[in-house]
Design a protein around this ligand. Structure first.
Ligand code: ZN
Ligand code: ZN
Length: 610
């Protein structure tokens, strides 16, 4: 547990720091004592400065080394120095990685944790968790042996092709070098895969077939546009052919494998309790166990149902004065939600409605005095650029760690490509009420505000290893916090829609744990999503698929939310009438995207509460 890991490190650091200062020898001589005290303070200050400076140097070295050992990962952080390196995932590389991790853990031990400031001590724990997590992934989780979809080279090539960080010719030269390793990459993949699951094998076939387009269409098209010499072009085309062959033979090897393991000999996609708890510990970084988080979600679902039924009963006569309240209470809730969802903006006004709401939310937050907002880094609402349009309707685009001064965009996808029927279904989902909650979540005071606060104490470590449960937890927390503070005037319809929306993150946790640990079947899963969480079949089927292919990530939203909410309640209780919600929020956000338990620890230390 993360609690144990904290105690083990911090206690010894505390004890050492206290016995380290200049001792005051003569208590009776106040002048002497005062002098020594000043000296001790100066010493402490020097020591702190020294440790923090050293830690900054260590972090820079660490990141440089990290990018070298993970050049593909570096690309997605916007670091392009090693763009021509495609790592072959063999035993040699794995050993290099393990050596790097051990060296990093050893360096961490040389720091006096108590001397580090808040930003550095939270970075310290984040790096430590990342390194311990990597060891576990390599030695225990071993997804490279059972998840064939973990092998796919296309995304990095696509990113190099579509990001103009240097001239096209230069990027094509980097691509040429990377191409050379593709045959060895897939050969190693085949050697590594020993016990694939059926589900991940099917996904790998689909995704690697999809990857071909980058090599037989996109790169050749860019070659034509480039000013490389004919010789250079021919050399790249030759490598492209070999790359395409390697991907094709990987796909046919997988198709063979899939047939062979269809007899029941495939590994179960469910990872089971033991691996799940560990993965939860490393990925979520929580003070709760996965089981505890699941139990909280089960409780939350029960409470949401009670609340939704209560609201539905109170609103029933207003909307259905001619019909009796149905016997099946959840069916009544579903009926009312469907009835209310008809109230929505029309398709052409969708993007403008989002734009219109942003200043309204901002004014409300100021007036209700909920937290500070830095208006020097405004949020730019725009239509999602074509190349980023996927399924998501709205998302906040945060600038990467190497691009921190770039604009923060709120991408909203217009409904241009939808049929009338699709648009109607989408608009009912993001109806009058839910659209407001979406804007709270994505923008104010959700993701955008959190990001602006995080940028005030810039930490490249937190930009790279930002904790997903904290980031999503904050956005989900901000929805509830806004409504509780009086946004929307406690309108029952808004609370009903919020409850449906919140139910989604609650059942994400329940579904993930139930599927991966408790052996939930597809039929049970769909019943949970459709009949108890009021989701449409398409959404439910998609969620089921996600719960079979990934583990733990689905729990991050609810776990982060529950942990932040409970922490706020405990601080509120401890401080009584001195509690200041705005000060709490500002302070909480000042630690950047650190895991919630670390923020808790650092805030509790300051407040001197347990
Ligand atoms: Zn309509
Ligand atoms: Zn989010």
């Amino acid at each position: 547990m993360s609690v144990k890991f904290f105690v083990g490190v911090t206690l010894s650091a505390f004890v050492m720091a206290c016995s380290d200062g200049v001792e005051i020898k003569d208590q009776t001589d106040s002048r002497e004592a005062h002098k020594s005290e000043t000296m001790a303070q100066e010493n402490t200050a020097n020591k702190q400065q020294d440790q923090n400076l050293k830690f900054e140097v260590f972090k820079n070295d660490f990141i440089e080394a990290l990018w070298k050992i993970k050049p593909g990962y570096a690309l997605f952080a916007g670091y392009y120095k090693y763009d021509d390196l495609l790592v072959v995932p063999n035993k040699k590389h794995q050993q290099e990685n393990l050596n790097f991790i051990q060296a990093t853990l050893k360096s961490l031990k040389s720091f006096d944790l108590d001397q580090l400031d808040n930003n550095n001590s939270s970075d310290y724990f984040i790096i430590k968790n990342e390194m311990e997590s990597s060891i576990w992934y390599i030695n225990e989780f071993r997804s490279g042996e059972w998840d064939p979809a973990s092998y796919n080279v296309a995304r990095a090539f696509g990113l190099i092709l579509n990001t103009e960080y240097k001239s096209l010719d230069e990027r094509l030269k980097a691509i040429a070098k990377r191409l050379a390793n593709i045959p060895a990459y897939y050969q190693t993949a085949i050697e590594n895969i020993t016990t694939p699951t059926l589900e991940h094998t099917a996904l790998a076939i689909q995704q690697n077939k999809g990857a071909l387009g980058v090599f037989n269409k996109d790169i050749p098209a860019s070659l034509e546009k480039s000013s490389l010499s004919e010789n250079e072009k021919t050399a790249i085309k030759f490598k492209l052919d070999l790359a395409i062959k390697a991907i094709n033979s990987y796909v046919s090897w997988l198709e063979d494998k899939k047939e062979k393991i269809a007899d029941g000999s495939a590994r179960d996609f469910r990872i089971g309790a033991e691996l799940y708890e560990k993965k939860f510990k490393f990925d979520i970084f929580s003070d709760y166990t996965a089981k505890e988080s699941y139990d909280k979600a089960v409780e939350a679902k029960k409470n949401l149902h009670i609340k939704m039924i209560e609201i539905t009963k109170s609103l029933w006569p207003k909307y259905f004065s001619n019909s009796a309240f149905p016997e099946d209470e959840l069916l009544a809730v579903k009926k009312l939600i469907e009835h209310l969802s008809v109230k929505h903006i029309d398709r052409d006004g969708f993007v403008n409605e989002v734009k219109r709401q942003i200043p309204i939310l901002q004014a409300y937050i100021n007036q209700a005095d909920l937290l500070d907002m830095d208006l020097s880094r405004p949020l730019v609402v725009r239509e999602t650029p074509e190349y980023q349009r996927g399924i998501a309707g709205a998302s906040v685009n945060s600038p990467g760690p190497y691009d921190a001064t770039a604009n923060t965009y709120y991408n909203v996808t217009p409904l241009d490509d939808y049929t009338a029927e699709q648009a109607e279904s989408y608009l009912r989902e993001y109806n009058h009420w839910i659209l407001q909650i979406l804007n709270i979540h994505e923008a104010l005071p959700g993701h955008y505000v959190q990001l602006v606060h995080a940028n005030k104490s810039p930490s490249i470590i937190k930009s790279i290893f930002g904790n997903g449960a904290m980031i999503e937890g904050w956005a989900v927390y901000s929805e509830r916090m806004m409504l509780e503070s009086g946004y929307g005037n406690q309108e029952p319809e808004l609370w009903l829609m919020y409850s449906k929306w919140n139910m989604r993150v609650v059942v994400n946790t329940i579904l993930d744990y139930s599927v991966q640990v408790l052996g939930m079947t597809k039929e049970q899963g769909l019943d949970l999503l459709m009949n108890q969480a009021f989701q449409e079949r398409t959404e439910a089927e998609g969620k089921w698929r996600r719960a079979t292919l990934s583990q733990v990530q689905l729990t991050s939203y609810f776990n982060g939310f529950a942990e932040i909410y409970e922490f706020r309640e405990s601080v509120k209780k401890a401080k009584g009438s001195d509690f200041d919600l705005k000060a709490f929020h500002n302070e909480f956000l000042s630690f950047g995207s650190a895991p919630v338990p670390i923020i808790k620890k650092l805030m509790q230390k300051k407040y001197r509460i347990k």
